[in-house]
Write a protein that binds this ligand. Structure first.
Ligand SMILES: O=C(O)CCC(=O)C(=O)O
Ligand SMILES: [Fe+2]
Length: 279
């Protein structure tokens, strides 16, 4: 049986014990998040934990919903009144799909990590968010982003304020995480976004995450993508979602688009939320 204590490397990252070691981690993570909206905890998951997550991902890989629609960085529709080079008119193919959360029952390793009280308390402390709750969406609270050979997940901004990911398996080649930190703080900054899409910006950073690494990322202000990937090995990334209001779920439209189905709760709670979440 996998428990959070065996899945998370608590010797390296004692997130469950208040004190100096935990405080030191928080200080570093907060500084990284403040500076470039991104923080990484290398080898957060133990080698046994990585194996358990990989086995689980392989076991439910066929449950991934594939909807390879073309998307612009804002997930909006085309606006033919704008110039063809405008970022709002730049649509790219993607090759990733999501394995919905109801494939991860309570005893599964990914959900065990999500539901470990010390985990959510630690993430909340890293982000210094006062309003912080587990996502109440039974299809989206804990998911795996599974990407096959192809364009990965092209340039976009997240609708949610932050994303917490766990790298589980890399592709044979490619699939790096690329991002332009805080490129749209204050205003949309379309000119610089256009340069990123053209491959001419000097603001792009590349992160090669290894299986077991935990990433905390504020994706609302930083344009980012999973670079194109090659080879037969799928790229697996676990995504843990938290929100700023209790009881929140995704919209029926977004849910249908990402997971190919909806549940009664999506219709009951439609329109009750302040923000539209991407996942
Ligand atoms: O797979 C990743 O590393 C990040 C995916 C992402 O950007 C997203 O799900 O919004
Ligand atoms: Fe994203």
């Amino acid at each position: 049986m996998d428990t959070p204590e065996t899945l998370i490397d608590l010797d390296r990252y004692p997130i469950h014990q208040m004190g100096g070691a935990r405080d030191d981690i928080l200080t570093r993570i907060r500084a990284d998040l403040g500076r470039d909206g991104c923080a990484v905890l290398k080898r957060f998951i133990t080698p046994e934990g990585i194996e358990a997550l990989k086995t689980q991902a392989d076991g439910v890989a066929d449950k991934a919903f594939r909807s390879f629609n073309r998307t612009n960085p804002y997930f909006t529709r085309d606006d033919p009144t704008l110039p063809a080079s405008d970022p709002r008119r730049r649509f790219f193919e993607r090759s990733n799909s999501f394995i919905p959360a109801d494939n991860f029952p309570p005893a599964s390793p990914l959900r065990a990590i999500y539901e470990y009280p010390a985990m959510s308390a630690f993430i909340q402390d890293c982000l210094e968010e006062e309003n912080f709750y587990p996502y109440a969406d039974p299809l989206a609270d804990v998911i795996i982003n599974a990407a096959d050979e192809g364009n990965g997940f092209p340039w976009h901004f997240d609708t949610n304020n932050f994303t917490v990911t766990i790298a589980i398996q890399n592709a044979d080649e490619g699939g790096a995480f690329e991002y332009a930190p805080n490129i749209r703080v204050g205003d949309e900054n379309f000119a610089e976004v256009e340069k990123v899409l053209d491959g001419t910006s000097d603001k792009v950073r590349t992160l090669v995450l290894e299986p077991g690494d935990l990433q905390i990322f504020r994706g609302r202000y930083s344009l980012h993508r999973v670079a194109p990937l090659r080879g037969k090995t799928p790229r697996y990334v676990g995504i843990l979602s938290y929100v700023e209001e209790p009881g929140m779920v995704g919209t029926p439209e977004r849910c249908q688009q990402l997971y190919g189905r909806t549940l009664p709760i999506h219709h009951e709670r439609a329109g009750q939320r302040a923000d539209a979440y991407l996942d």
